[in-house]
Design a protein around this ligand. Structure first.
Ligand code: ZN
Length: 566
């Protein structure tokens, strides 16, 4: 009796502790109002593109691709957490307003953790977000997996650390084993492969046919090389990207690729504009505001850039803050042979511009300048930013040693290089306006737009390269007098000084890079990559403005329903 009492008492204590834990978790979960305000940070917008001008065969192919992309949603959900699918079914049963709000935010985040809030759980019963996602054996620690990987012979280690395998417990022994995605996700990938093949049969565009066929093969063989090469060689009105790509969801090792899809249409007008900018690059390099000996007399080939409009983004590609551009593939073998391709998602950027940048400009810019903020200036500068990464010093001399800017600047490199791409991008646009290549009206809009967009970027924080780069520019241009503040807390471009200010900062950053001047880079970051009080006051006023967008894809819905009717 006594014994049994003590046992049940211990049991009761455990139970109570468990209940207390659950109750305290329940209490810390957002209520309906809080959940709604968290969701409202992402403005719902339609992301769409006109597929009606495509020939019928291409439209039908597109519908198959949309279907295949939907499968990436399911796969990614499972990759994030083993419990996701069961929780989704559970959430779908709750038809109350609170239940629907939870389901809505769950779908945005692809799981019960709020990605905008350091992955804080928002549904009772959700464990902390697993850092190794669902790529590694349930219950295994990072150290165990690491030790197992180290114990492997070199020949099989590559498979364990590869993009396209999960690590699972071996049922027959106590050890782990690498499982190919083609096995782990065989049901879904078989269906996706069939849809890609059907699309390949429907399209009349040879490079698209090749990509879709080789990607379908890859889903079943687990060998993605040929299809990555085919993706680099895509030259078609439909620009799909579908499969396992980015590795950020694997927070343990960044080894494992998450499934995603971007089904998009190539933007021919913008692509032609891009080619025009691309043809000016050597001339821009020859006129960079830097000592002529630091200029590159012969630029290498330009990395391919595509401008597209998204019909549907899925999986890892539609999760929390939306992707505005990406650079793929990640396979070093393909990069070495074919380079990488940058894809700019123009309609996504336009939606972000409308939802966040325009409202921000109405708060931070002087009233008279707000009308100058334009998407065209924003997008042209974004493209120029990407192009400018290829200009300026890269291979440098550090004393007698041949080195690179990246090596010399070490951990300061990314922030300095991002600042350089931005500011030299402004320099280049002004140069092309002065030369008559770009329209004169751009001068007025590009500086105001840049100033407003600096506040959008700095809002994401100065803990990473882009935010730091922006802070450096904003503070330098304020110190120079090229930007100025008004007593009402707004900011304005000083038309008389902006051109010189941009030239001076471009010169400073290019020279710093050419010299590989690490101490100077450190000093610059310490002094300028900060949020000063006047900037903070402006940021405080932006609280109610959406941080990003929640995309809806009406064109994809239409394609699916018309395919279903036939
Ligand atoms: Zn950049």
């Amino acid at each position: 009796m006594k014994r049994s009492l003590s046992v049940s008492f211990a049991f009761l204590t455990t139970l109570m502790a468990g209940a207390l834990h659950l109750r305290s978790q329940e209490a810390s979960m957002p209520d309906l109002a809080k959940l709604q305000s968290m969701t409202a940070r992402l403005a719902p917008v339609n992301i769409t593109a006109d597929a009606s001008r495509l020939p019928e065969g291409e439209r039908k192919a597109l519908a198959r691709l949309v279907e295949a992309a939907r499968i990436m949603d399911d796969l990614f959900l499972r990759q994030v957490w083993a419990g996701n699918e069961a929780m989704l079914q559970q959430l779908k049963k709750d038809q109350s307003p609170f239940g629907k709000a939870r389901l809505h935010y769950f779908l945005i985040n692809k799981g019960p953790w709020s990605r905008l809030d350091d992955n804080a759980p928002f549904i009772p019963g959700a464990p902390p977000k697993p850092e190794g996602a669902n790529f590694y054996p349930a219950g295994a620690t990072k150290a165990e997996v690491e030790a197992w990987i180290k114990s492997l012979p070199e020949k099989t280690r590559g498979l364990a650390t590869g993009f396209f395998t999960t690590i699972r417990r071996q049922p027959s022994s106590s050890g782990f084993a690498a499982v190919n995605y083609s096995i782990e996700y065989s049901n879904e990938l078989t269906v996706a492969a069939r849809l890609l093949r059907e699309a390949a049969a429907l399209t009349a565009q040879p490079t698209l046919k090749t990509y879709l066929t080789s990607r379908a093969d890859a889903f079943l063989s687990n060998d993605y090389y040929a299809s990555d090469v085919a993706w680099m060689e895509l030259d078609a009105s439909i620009e799909p990207t579908i499969g396992p790509y980015e590795v950020y969801e694997d927070e343990w090792f960044n080894y494992k690729a998450a499934f995603e899809a971007f089904i998009a249409l190539r933007d021919d007008v913008e692509t032609a504009k891009l080619a025009k900018l691309g043809s000016q690059l050597q001339d821009i390099e020859d006129h960079l505001p830097v000592d002529p000996r630091h200029r590159n007399p012969k630029l290498g080939g330009m990395a391919p850039i595509r401008v597209v409009n998204v019909i549907l983004a899925a999986g890892d590609g539609n999760c929390g803050v939306q992707t505005a551009a990406f650079n793929l593939p990640n396979d070093e073998r393909v990069i070495k042979e074919k380079g990488a391709k940058r894809v700019m998602l123009r309609n996504v950027q336009q939606a972000k511009f409308q939802a966040a940048l325009v409202p921000i400009s109405r708060i931070v810019l002087a009233a008279a300048d707000q009308k100058n903020v334009s998407f065209d200036a924003f997008f042209t500068h974004t493209v120029m930013h990407e192009l400018m990464h290829g200009l300026g010093p890269h291979q440098i001399q550090a004393g007698a040693r041949a080195s690179t800017v990246r090596q010399e600047l070490k951990e300061t490199y990314s922030a300095i290089e991002e600042a350089k791409a931005d500011i030299a991008g402004l320099f280049a646009l002004q140069y092309l306006v002065d030369k008559g290549v770009l329209d004169k009206t751009l001068t007025q809009s590009m500086y105001d737009t840049f100033l407003a967009s600096a506040f959008r970027s700095i809002r994401f924080g100065i803990n990473e390269a882009h935010g730091r780069g922006i802070a450096i520019q904003l503070n330098s241009l304020l110190d120079y007098g090229a930007f100025r503040t008004a007593p009402d807390g707004t900011f304005a471009v000083n038309a008389g000084k902006i051109k010189d200010g941009v030239n001076a900062l471009t010169r400073e950053l290019l020279t710093l890079e050419a010299e590989g001047n690490y101490p100077k880079a450190q000093d610059m970051i310490k002094r300028l990559a900060v949020v000063r009080p006047e900037i903070q006051r402006a940021l405080d006023k932006l609280q109610g403005i959406p941080v990003d967008i929640e995309p809806r894809f009406p064109a994809a819905e239409r394609l699916l329903s018309s395919a279903a009717q036939k």
